[in-house]
Design a protein around this ligand. Structure first.
Ligand code: MLT
Ligand code: MN
Ligand code: ZN
Length: 303
């Protein structure tokens, strides 16, 4: 199974269009010191040709142009076999409407996420005006649910879902169970798996146990400190209040993830204010000393 990090920035990308925070300033002035990133998404494939997207970002067009697949013989070719969603946030779902030229789209979502896309953001009715949208329902907790190719054949990959501590999107009309989940994708042929958790407000022992069963963890790297946005004067909520466990500090994600018995642990969904985006920063060095990596667009893993 091959995994590609298509985008590793949180909503807004890096640098963000309207942001002149210290990190965005470095990215504009010295891009080699703080490499630009698109909004978070990943892709997984069992055959290196047909890809399942994990979330569909507003940058999906640019991201798909970097996915490996053979030059097609026909006039049209859809390398996306399906899209698996963790939640209905805009940075994870606007790409659905942007894939409408595919004429048919297979979505794997929980009932709660589907409901928000139907009635709150209305991305599904909008997309359905252009393309057939088939939804395969995922449980809020459970699986495995097999991921199938567009012709219906099983890919050999399967997804397990589990709720993570988070609130629903601000525009959600109701708080339904399963509005935000983490994913474990496993290859049935080898049993190998990886976890994709781009938004998570806390890590408890149950989550640690679950993450300990995989070969690769892709985890919420949104904020370095809890008061990151408050100190910059650009928000009045802490990272935890925004359902993103900060990386640093005694109760941060770095301490919890550094002792996880998983060979590769990588942060993704990194906000543009996060100082670890700067390659030569002490924060970057701290992450790497702890045995984790800061995700970058294009990073590829074979497990
Ligand atoms: C988040 O990661 O908390 C959301 O994507 C927030 C947003 O969409 O602005
Ligand atoms: Mn986000
Ligand atoms: Zn910024």
């Amino acid at each position: 199974m091959q995994i590609v990090l298509l985008g590793t920035a949180a909503g807004g990308g890096f640098p963000q269009w309207n942001c002149w925070c210290p990190t965005c300033r470095v990215a504009r002035r010295s891009p080699a010191r703080a490499r630009h990133r698109t909004q978070s998404s990943a892709a997984v494939s069992a055959d290196g040709e047909r890809w399942f997207l994990l979330n569909a970002s507003p940058d999906v067009r640019e991201q798909l142009s970097r996915l490996p697949f053979r030059t097609p013989a026909g006039v049209r070719h859809v390398p996306v076999a399906g899209v698996v969603l963790t939640d209905a946030e805009l940075d994870h779902t606007l790409g659905i409407a942007l894939l409408r030229e595919g004429r048919r789209l297979e979505l794997y979502t929980t009932c709660a996420v589907r409901q928000i896309l139907e009635t709150d953001s209305r991305l599904l009715p909008v997309t359905r005006a252009f393309a057939e949208v088939n939804v395969v329902e995922l449980p809020a907790l459970g699986g495995p649910v097999s991921l199938a190719y567009r012709g219906g054949e099983p890919s050999g990959l399967a997804v397990e879902t589990f709720p993570v501590p988070a609130g629903p999107p601000r525009f959600a009309g109701a708080e339904l169970p399963g509005h935000t989940v983490g994913l474990v994708i496993r290859d049935g042929a080898t049993g190998a798996g990886f976890a994709f958790v781009p938004g998570c407000g806390a890590i408890d022992d149950g989550l640690v146990a679950r993450l300990s069963t995989v070969e690769l963890v892709l985890f919420d790297g949104t904020f370095w400190t809890d008061d990151e946005l408050i100190r910059l004067g650009i928000a009045d909520r802490t990272a935890r209040e925004m359902d993103h466990l900060p990386i640093s500090g005694p109760n941060g994600s770095l301490v919890r993830l550094s002792s996880l018995p998983v060979p590769r642990r990588v942060y993704t969904h990194i906000n543009n204010t996060n100082p670890m985006l700067i390659e030569d920063s002490p924060e970057r060095a701290e992450v790497e000393r702890a045995g984790l990596a800061v995700g970058m667009d294009g990073m590829t893993f074979d497990i």
